[in-house]
Design a binder for this molecule. Structure first.
Ligand code: SF4
Length: 231
């Protein structure tokens, strides 16, 4: 495992649990709005897997979940073994993914290694390539969406970071059609920082009112639509 960071205690990364968040290094996308560009580029020194497991062993009476996030965790060849070690310690496991590796997700589900999965939906299908900044195969993301919708995982969420330049009401309607039949989606606002691939001042967040309008549109096809981290 290439582990580039750990948040030792978080209430935000695993719904309903006090969790640790483990950040894997590297990603196959270069989303313009990414908040972790140095982590994606593999520029952050690795943390030893043994040290992470030792920390989790010591904290297992305080924490109840581990969120494996990135970067993109499904690129790690020994991800299953790592999760098995975490599970042996008694933790529930959540994974955050961009959905480009449905075959990895399918295997993780078949091996019953995931308790909760969060799948990023970047924007409507038409804008995916431009926002992800690579020649992404959106059909792969679609395959992952179908895995979630068909109940492959015990629990899940879709989540979208709304960037003004890449998400409007028309995109909300298209995403609603795309995810129709899905259980829940969280909308979070883009926060402009210097750590994105485009630097500060190029992309913009949106008003709460506008994001609430997206929620109304999405509720036509998705039962649970919530705003996350938006004042
Ligand atoms: S936003 Fe996520 S999927 Fe996109 S480049 Fe960053 S880590 Fe990868």
């Amino acid at each position: 495992m290439h582990i580039a960071g750990i948040n030792k205690s978080t209430l935000l990364d695993y719904p309903g649990k006090v969790a640790a968040a483990v950040f894997t290094g590297g990603c196959n996308l270069r989303c313009l709005f990414c908040q972790n560009s140095s982590l994606v580029e593999g520029l952050i020194p690795e943390i030893r897997e043994a040290d992470v497991l030792s920390f989790l062993e010591k904290r297992k009476n305080v924490l109840s979940g581990v969120c494996i996030t990135g970067g993109e965790p499904t690129l790690q060849p020994d991800l299953s073994d790592f999760i098995r070690e975490i599970r042996t310690l008694g933790y529930a496991v959540k994974i955050d993914t961009n959905g480009t590796k449905p075959e990895v997700l399918r295997k993780l589900a078949e091996d019953d290694l995931i308790d909760y999965i969060a799948l990023d939906i970047k924007t409507s299908r038409e804008k995916y390539r431009e926002l992800c900044n690579v020649d992404i195969d959106v059909d792969k993301v679609n395959e992952s969406i179908e895995l979630l919708k068909s109940g492959f995982f015990p629990d899940y969420e879709f989540r979208t970071t709304v960037v003004a330049e890449y998400f409007d009401r028309d995109d909300a309607a298209k995403v609603g059609e795309w995810l129709a039949g899905g259980r829940r989606i969280y909308l979070q606002n883009f926060v402009d920082t210097n750590t994105s691939f485009v630097g500060r001042g190029v992309l913009h967040g949106q008003t709460r009112e506008e994001i609430e309008a997206y929620a109304v549109i999405l509720r036509k096809t998705i039962p649970e639509v919530s705003l996350r981290g938006i004042d």
